[in-house]
Design a protein around this ligand. Structure first.
Ligand code: PLP
Length: 488
């Protein structure tokens, strides 16, 4: 393909994407395919000779669309949102087109430098303490990672390296393995699996602690666990706290947890993958109260800040720890900085290479403006509140967690079976897509406001479906209690 054809194909592809997104409301959110569907549709081996790109374009509708889940459908209410916006897509085209890899400052100065400024812009929008900002401190700063999972892992590995270094300094006979055996990390039962996974990958014990009645991990719970572990001779070293849990968007109590981490020399990482973005609105900023205690903090603009996947914003209080924990001096990568210290982001992350992701943030923040981004968050929260009011108006249902942001967790009063049946019927109906969850043996449905295209009419539409399916479930269970089951 030459540049001339690229121009034509590029316009064609942009049209394809714009048409797809404009008409997405007419598609059912979930595809109707079974595992293995795709293999039947394309050859088993790559073509020997290059094909005309017309054939490739034609296969999008034949091969891909039938198996695509439409995350940006206004009827998609599963998991948490995946952001998408036209300015972000333009940023991705440019990033791919420039194709300049930014592992060190010198390998692509614009990539590193725009990232520093964008992380500060975003940090200021979130009113982060100045010790997280490049422009206001000498110690802290931010980086764009590809996921919240990697951020939690990097934080854990960094904390682990630091504690091993300190212990071995005072106990030179102790091996790394002996330290590892004693290390204990903590998280709450409601937090995302990525924290437990970070501990598994990091070969350390993790204790999954209970949450309180509001779904929060509390200081007293952590303190008790830390004391128990210390009494056994173990070494508490890391807390993975969560702001906006995936199960039901609850919030760990940072103000209580922070001082306990400080007193016990533990690294506090805050995973705010979804909820963090909402804190650009002053009325939700209180959610981050206590963040001043954190050693690291991450949120996903690719979830709720109009930036398409992938883009995770992570800040650390001490960038020297981050840059020093896994530092390898590699001759080919040495560069002259003229005395100005710039981060070499290869040290801060697991991969070596990195894309120019800050372009997306730059385009999005400039196109929407702070007030425009705040408006998108507020719209989603008000739609969730609207759904909540519909649920509350029907006495057969109950709300299972306070609705603070864009997620409503609810269930039919009564046993789990009923709710599992309700979920099954909604799934079979197929007009909306939700994912259920379970906490402390309580099964419930989650209704998340996901797509930017979702409007009040879509929320009403979803509620009508839920009510209709609930009528069926209740009719069925009345049938069973009266002895009129299908099976007699
Ligand atoms: C979505 C989510 C994650 C996972 O995010 P990735 O960027 O895909 O790793 C982690 N934690 C919470 C609370 C989430 O909601």
């Amino acid at each position: 393909m030459d540049a001339e054809e690229f121009r034509t194909r590029g316009r064609q592809m942009v049209d394809y994407v714009a048409d797809y997104l404009e008409t997405i409301g007419s598609r059912r959110p979930l595809p109707d395919v079974t595992p293995g569907y795709l293999r039947e549709l394309i050859p088993n081996t790559a073509p020997d000779k290059g094909e005309n790109f017309n054939n490739v374009m034609a296969d999008l509708d034949r091969v891909i669309m039938p198996g695509l889940t439409h995350w940006h459908s206004p009827q998609f209410h599963a998991y948490f949102p995946a952001s998408n916006s036209f300015p972000a897509l333009l940023g991705d085209i440019l990033s791919g087109g420039l194709g300049a890899i930014g592992f060190t400052w010198a390998s692509n100065p614009a990539c590193t430098e725009l990232e520093l400024v964008m992380m500060d812009w975003l940090g200021k929008m979130l009113q982060l303490p100045s010790h997280f900002l490049y422009s206001e401190s000498v110690t802290g700063g931010g980086i764009i990672q590809s996921s919240s999972s990697e951020s939690a892992l990097m934080a854990l590995l960094c904390a682990r390296t630091e504690v091993i270094r300190k212990l071995q300094k005072h106990n030179p006979d102790m091996s790394k393995g002996q330290v590892l055996d004693k290390l204990v990390a903590y998280t709450s039962i409601e937090s995302h699996s990525c924290i437990e996974r970070a501990a598994m990958i990091g070969l350390v014990t993790i204790r999954v602690l209970p949450s309180d009645d509001h779904g929060a991990l509390r200081g007293a719970t952590l303190e008790k666990a830390v004391k128990e572990d210390k009494a056994k001779g173990n070494i508490p070293f890391y807390l993975g706290a969560c702001i906006g849990t995936t199960t039901r968007c609850t919030f760990d109590n940072l103000k209580e947890l922070g001082p306990i981490c400080t007193d016990n020399n533990m690294w506090m990482h805050i995973d705010a993958a979804y909820a963090g973005s909402a804190c650009i609105c002053p009325e939700f900023r209180y959610i981050l109260d206590g963040i001043e205690h954190a050693d690291s903090f991450a949120l996903n603009p690719h979830k709720w800040l109009q930036v398409n996947h992938d883009c995770t914003a992570m800040w650390v209080k001490d960038k020297d720890l981050m840059e020093g924990a896994f530092h390898i001096d590699y001759y080919i990568l040495r560069h002259v900085n003229n005395g100005v210290r710039m981060p070499d982001f290869r040290h801060w992350q697991i991969p070596f290479g990195r894309r120019f992701r800050s372009l997306k943030l730059w385009f999005v923040m400039r196109s929407f403006g702070v007030s425009g981004l705040q408006a998108t968050i507020r719209k989603d929260v008000s739609l969730a509140k609207h759904f909540e009011s519909l649920v509350r108006a029907d006495s057969r249902f109950e709300i299972v967690a306070e609705v603070v942001l864009g997620l409503v967790c609810f269930r039919l009063k009564g046993d789990n079976n009923k709710n599992e049946r309700l979920n099954q019927l909604i799934k079979e109906d197929g007009r909306i897509h939700m994912t259920p969850s379970k906490v402390k043996d309580m099964y419930f449905l989650r209704f998340a406001i996901c797509a930017t295209r979702t409007q009040e009419a879509d929320v009403n539409f979803a509620w009508d479906i839920v009510q209709a399916m609930a009528n069926k479930v209740i009719a069925m269970s009345n049938g069973i209690t009266n002895g009129f089951t299908k099976h007699g």
